[in-house]
Design a protein around this ligand. Structure first.
Ligand code: MIG
Length: 790
């Protein structure tokens, strides 16, 4: 630690402690510390360095009634004992956390800070940057932990680079940087100050709830320690015990909120462009998709639909009657989503500006005068989303868009971005009576805008809101999906998107995606073909590209590219029932749809650094090609399972590397042996074909193990599921001499019940098939059961 922080972070000797409910209040010579035991595996450490109240933007209604812990005195300190953890606290507020078997999980670092050597000449070159731009003395909050043996780090939201973040330094300061995002970028649009540490099969998480500029150094400064730090604010962090990564994510999403169940159409394919800037062009896209039978649920309108970039308006020359146009599109099975930016055009006579100005709804400079910068509409002002009145106003305005027929809202530029230099530190916001400056407001600006949008869309539609945002903070998953901003049509960015999305998923942002095909720069047919093979498995599946780049719709290149796009978009539609099941699971336990292999196979260390394979839910492994021209690739199949090639149905033992040929139309996909995948019909849009039957593909295990699967059905749009109006089919497969399938409708509160279920059984090996107690005939691997559940 440098001199300066030593002062700031000085605690001194422990003097006393007292316990009030679930809070242990420790008095040190220099400071008071509050330790809250949230449950047997989550402990919060709070030191009010900046102000007394927490003012958390991430943490919602936490359950606060855990008292099942003990506090004991030990030499030079105390220890807190829960069912799962032993947390020892010493003088100088040093904290060491052990599991119940006495394994040390996470210990404060006691040594000196000792950055690896750098040697400079007389001047600095741009090329020699590669360290954080902050001097250590800029930190007012700083906690360093000892690097344990064999450590791996994950999470951190949307960061460039690889899956494992050990050895890197990242910054949270929401940033719109138009240069091609590369490994040297230490910050992007989102701030999620959370990570997972994994060492020797024990995982824990640390969530540092501080939305000033925060820094995470995971052993770049020196390999003996890692640290998290902030330029200001309180020390407020949560330790979340695993030992499984799964449990850490469950705990993290208990603190910051779960991704809510989305409307089912949002899981379809989405077509976007900057911009479909007239009714003709948009209708042309819509009819081409339908003519070519390329399934698609959603079309986007980028900034050019607005009248001079005035938010909540339409350009009535390009779109003469939006309501009529959107009705037409709705009848064709499309939903329309419109973009919106926070910047409000400075323009007397424009209702939104006048109203906001009159009511004092915009951020000001330090003397209270409305602050002006420049964005798309020219001079623009910034709604103060930290003020709940402003959020109510913004929420109410959503109705303008909803009334014209749009089904979802896309929030852009909410870092907030600005064309005339960054917002100065002293731009002021009114956090419901607490004045905060830009340094404190910046990283939660997009988060609060997303919240306002979510609330407004919910109120105006009564349905589950579909919101997309570019900037976010921890917990934004409660309000919005995210995309990873302006990537480029390069192989490097396709490669990077996989670890980036996996880490976003491990950071609570389970509903995420990248611009399929890449935003900036020109895409090629081959690149789009490979990108769609990844996109088909990511929750947000949207093709988008920038103004001026060449066309990037599935048919824009050649027949082969079009066919490959169609093949994978159709596969996506087939998998919708499975994907929806996984989203439902996620809404309860935080387990992301796209996740690294280690999430399910933590005991297999070979999975810890796989960047170019991922799991789509529990049962599907995807090993996409992310290199141009690659004719074959090696694939690691995790231990403890058998894996069945989705295309050929060949079976492989787990725990080995295999090589698969990868012609352009082939993305290697493996299904875990002993699993079920419910599949739907291929249709032009979700809900086009109404049907009372379901198909379930059964992939038998060859080790005779039993399988269980929960299949979820509801109306796909309303909040009635919260009242229990859904069906939950519990399907059990017992694989012995006979294959016995048993279907139980364990929750039947939704009217529509399947009349038939068709089973397609792979690897049956001539065994007898019994469903619900009746032996059934299997023809070409297929068997039917009528009235499957009562
Ligand atoms: O300054 O609205 O990331 O998806 O197409 C560019 C135009 C503004 C940035 C977004 C991009 C969007 C574009 N926007």
């Amino acid at each position: 630690m440098g001199k300066y922080q030593e002062e700031k972070m000085k605690f001194g000797k422990m003097l006393s402690h007292k316990i009030e409910n679930n809070i242990i209040n420790i008095r040190f010579q220099e400071k008071a510390v509050f330790i809250k035991v949230l449950n047997s595996y989550i402990i919060n450490f709070f030191v009010p360095l900046h102000r007394e109240e927490r003012n958390s933007k991430a943490v919602g209604n936490l359950k606060d009634d855990y008292y099942d812990f003990k506090v004991e005195n030990i030499t030079n300190g105390i220890q807190i004992i829960t069912e799962k953890l032993v947390c020892k606290i010493y003088d100088e507020f040093k904290v060491d956390i052990y599991d119940k078997r006495g394994t040390l999980l996470c210990a404060d670092y006691r040594g000196e800070s000792k950055p690896f050597k750098r040697r400079y000449g007389d001047y600095m070159l741009a090329e020699s940057e590669g360290h954080s731009l902050r001097e250590e003395s800029d930190y007012k909050v700083y906690v360093s932990k000892r690097m344990e043996e064999e450590m791996y780090f994950y999470g951190f939201g949307e960061k460039t680079g690889h899956l494992n973040k050990k050895g890197y330094h990242y910054v949270n300061w929401n940033t719109d940087n138009p240069k091609p995002h590369g490994e040297t970028f230490d910050r992007l649009y989102k701030s999620i100050p959370f990570f997972v540490g994994l060492s020797k099969d024990n995982a824990f998480g640390i969530f540092f709830d501080n939305h000033f500029e925060t820094h995470f150094d995971m052993g770049k400064d020196n390999s003996e320690y890692y640290y998290f730090a902030a330029v200001d604010g309180n020390l407020d962090y949560y330790f979340i015990y695993g030992p499984s990564v799964k449990n850490v994510i469950k705990g993290y999403t208990e603190i910051t909120g779960k991704m809510p169940l989305p409307q089912i159409w949002t899981l379809g394919y989405q077509q976007c462009r900057w911009s479909y800037d007239s009714e003709e062009r948009l209708m042309e896209i819509a009819s081409t998709l339908r003519e070519k039978e390329i399934p698609c649920d959603t079309l986007y309108l980028d900034i050019d639909y607005m009248d001079g970039y005035r938010v909540f308006t339409w350009d009535n020359e390009k779109f003469q009657n939006p309501e009529v146009m959107i009705k037409k599109l709705n009848n064709m099975g499309f939903k329309v989503v419109t973009i919106i930016d926070p910047g409000v055009k400075v323009d007397k006579g424009y209702k939104i500006y006048d109203e906001g100005l009159r009511k004092g709804y915009f951020a000001t400079d330090k003397s209270g005068i409305t602050y002006v910068n420049e964005v798309w509409p020219g001079d623009a002002v910034y709604p103060d989303f930290l003020n709940s009145k402003v959020r109510d106003w913004w929420s109410g305005n959503q109705k303008i868009m909803i009334d014209s027929g749009v089904s979802g809202i896309w929030n852009d530029m909410n870092e907030p971005a600005s064309f005339r230099g960054p917002l100065p530190d002293d731009v002021m916001f009114n956090n419901d009576g607490i004045t905060v400056n830009h340094k404190e407001a910046h990283n939660v600006y997009g988060h609060m805008m997303a919240k306002a949008t979510y609330d407004g869309v919910k109120k105006a539609t009564g349905k589950r809101p579909f919101v997309v945002t570019r900037a976010c903070y921890a917990g934004t998953q409660k309000y919005s999906t995210v995309w990873t901003g302006d990537n480029q049509s390069t192989w490097e960015h396709l490669r990077m998107s996989i670890p980036m999305l996996m880490n976003l998923g491990l950071s609570g942002m389970a509903f995420c995606g990248t611009d399929v095909g890449g935003f900036g720069y020109d895409c090629t047919g081959e690149l789009l073909s490979r990108w769609v093979q990844v996109g088909a498995f990511t929750p947000l599946f949207r093709n988008h590209s920038s103004m001026g780049t060449r066309d990037q719709e599935p048919w824009a290149f050649d027949k082969d590219t079009e066919e490959i796009n169609k093949k994978y978009i159709k596969l996506r539609y087939k998998l919708i029932p499975y994907i929806y099941d996984m989203m439902w699971e996620c809404s309860k336990n935080g387990a992301p749809l796209i996740r690294p292999l280690l999430f399910n196979y933590q005991s297999d260390k070979n999975t810890y650094e796989i960047n170019d394979e991922f799991l789509c839910g529990d049962n599907i492994l995807v090993a996409p090609v992310v290199e141009q021209g690659l004719k074959a690739r090696s694939i690691y199949l995790p231990e403890g399972e058998n894996w069945i090639d989705y295309w050929t149905k060949e079976e492989y033992k787990g725990g080995q590397y295999i090589i698969k040929k990868t012609p352009l139309d082939l993305c290697p996909i493996f299904i875990k042996g002993g699993t079920l995948i419910p599949v739907g019909q291929v249709q032009n849009y979700i809900g086009e074909k109404q049907s009372n039957s379901l198909t379930i593909e059964v992939y038998l295990s060859n080790d005779n193990s039993d399988t269980e699967y929960n299949h979820y059905v509801d109306d796909g749009e309303s909040f009635k599921y919260e009242l229990g109006e859904f069906n939950n089919y519990k399907i059990k497969v017992v694989n012995k001499e006979k294959i016995e399938i048993k279907i139980d409708l364990i929750n039947y509160r939704y009217d529509d019940k399947y009349e038939n279920i068709e089973f397609i059984v792979h690897n049956l090996n001539k065994k007898t098939l019994v469903i619900n107690g009746e032996t059934v005939e299997v023809i070409n691997g297929k068997a039917f059961i009528a009235n499957p559940a009562r």
